[in-house]
Design a protein. Structure first.
Length: 183
């Protein structure tokens, strides 16, 4: 009997802890949150994670448009993505969410993408990224233009550095470091 009470108490505590971590995103809760905004202080969060472009039998990106011209840098190519986010550089490390959106090649000079995607985290929070990504440069910096959940009213910068790239399979692991201002 005592053991079942302890287990039940543990489950109840865990459920309470998990539900208190979630942010209520109902219209009434968001309205209430905004009414308290003048009393809130802006926070700074630093994030470090990896996202992975997968190939093979379960690719995480698909071509949705291709220009009628042939260029060495695939000008006019548009790709839809659903790349997994992980804590570490290995795809088997702890899962954090997905980078979901599109990338289009926009330069006739070199391979430059315009990336427009949402970092969708497992807790339901998001960060919106929109910017130019010269993928063969060592470091790339893109703006964070918004967010939801824990990152409401987000703005900031995310930098990318290629950790691994296989040109034959087009698989890649990208290190991401973000500095996010939010409430």
């Amino acid at each position: 009997m005592k053991k079942s009470v302890i287990i039940f108490t543990g489950i109840l505590w865990l459920a309470t802890a998990i539900s208190s971590m979630a942010i209520d995103q109902s219209p009434k809760a968001v309205e209430k949150w905004f009414k308290t905004l003048p009393q809130r202080h802006e926070k700074v969060t630093e994030l470090h994670f990896y996202f992975h472009r997968l190939g093979g039998s379960a690719p995480s990106a698909a071509t949705i448009a291709r220009a009628n011209t042939t260029t060495p840098n695939s000008f006019g190519l548009t790709v839809m993505r659903d790349d997994p986010l992980t804590v570490g550089p290995d795809i088997s490390s702890a899962h954090m969410g997905y980078a979901q959106g599109m990338s289009s090649t926009v330069s006739l000079e070199e391979v430059i993408l315009v990336d427009y995607f949402t970092l969708s985290f497992t807790d339901g929070s998001t960060l919106a990224v929109l910017g130019s990504n010269a993928i063969f440069h060592q470091y790339r910096e893109l703006p964070i233009v918004g967010g939801t959940g824990a990152y409401r009213l987000a703005r900031g910068v995310i930098t990318f550095q290629t950790y691994f790239f296989n040109p034959a399979t087009r698989e890649a692991s990208i290190q991401a470091d973000a500095v996010v201002f939010h409430y």
